[in-house]
Design a protein. Structure first.
Length: 307
């Protein structure tokens, strides 16, 4: 079985490497060829375009940044979708909105291609350790065909239902990650503004029911001010925007998500786009609107803030 892999970013490169470690021959494509070099050095073949890749593979994985990138790779000039063999499985692991997944499923079905939406939960280190969680929207028969491949890259597979349900679950999870990170960063900023040390706050809050467990893994980044990306902030903002789009389509109100989404956008404008999404802490802690308010007089502070 020859496997195609399109999209070799932070997550895709590690996922493809784990398939390669299990002995699967790979044909890969990435807009920046240098990102494929570690795989090429170990025997993978590089295709010059999605079309060239499609003509060689039995199964195709895509792990791309956003819906436009997926659509361009699949249906654009040199797109792969019309060049895969009938009944080839296309597994899209990208974080995209459910309505777009359903659109891609329909486009694939029209060309006799089997589509699976299978986004993942897990950061770069989790991907490297092959411990990702896959949220799979697909026919059960298609899932069973690819289960051994998914288990090369992940430790848990959840069949969420039909097409679009995997991406629906990913929207829910990343909404909780994004808003949870913002809420924690804001609470830390308040505590520090009231005179508590970050060490006191971390030591007291982590491990309690009010703090999401994933935040323990962000302590070292915040303590050291080193926000090397495991999950870039710009992609968190994108996922929260797609959650807001999905909520609009479903008639669901999400005021907290929309507020958090705009905070991430503001942080991007201040240079945090390529940093880990935990850098929202740095953005909030260094942008205090109250710095010029007279702290001695609550009444004057309220009046000045009102003005």
């Amino acid at each position: 079985m020859k496997i195609g892999f399109i999209g070799l970013g932070i997550m895709g490169s590690r996922m493809a490497a784990n398939l390669q470690k299990q002995g699967y021959p790979l044909v890969v494509f990435n807009r920046t060829r240098t990102k494929a070099q570690p795989l090429l050095d170990k025997g993978a073949c590089f295709a010059e375009s999605p079309v060239k890749l499609a003509e060689q593979v039995d199964v195709l994985f895509t792990m791309l940044a956003h819906p436009d990138a997926v659509e361009q790779a699949a249906l654009g000039r040199n797109g792969f979708l019309s060049h895969l063999k009938p009944n080839t499985l296309w597994i899209d692991c990208s974080s995209i909105n459910p309505s777009f997944s359903k659109k891609m499923a329909a486009a694939a079905a029209a060309r006799q291609i089997r589509f699976v939406d299978a986004p993942v939960t897990g950061s770069a280190p989790v991907a490297a350790e092959a411990k990702l969680i896959f949220w799979v929207g697909a026919d059960m028969a298609d899932l069973e065909r690819i289960r051994p491949l998914l288990l090369c890259m992940g430790s848990k597979i959840v069949h969420t239902g039909g097409h679009g349900t995997g991406t629906s679950m990913k929207m829910v999870i990343n909404l909780l990650l994004g808003t949870g990170m913002v809420a924690f960063a804001e609470a830390m900023a308040l505590g520090e503004g009231l005179g508590l040390s970050s060490k006191m706050l971390f030591d007291s809050l982590l491990g309690t029911p009010v703090v999401a467990p994933f935040l323990a893994a962000k302590r070292d980044k915040i303590d050291k001010g080193n926000y090397e990306a495991e999950f870039p902030l710009r992609w968190m903002q994108k996922d929260m925007h797609l959650a807001a789009v999905s909520a609009y389509e479903a008639g669901v109100a999400m005021p907290l998500t929309n507020a958090a989404k705009e905070l991430y956008r503001l942080a991007m404008r201040e240079g945090h786009a390529s940093q880990d999404f935990s850098a929202i802490y740095d953005y909030l802690s260094n942008n205090h609107d109250f710095a010029t308010i007279d702290q001695k007089s609550p009444a004057s502070a309220m009046a000045q803030h009102a003005n």
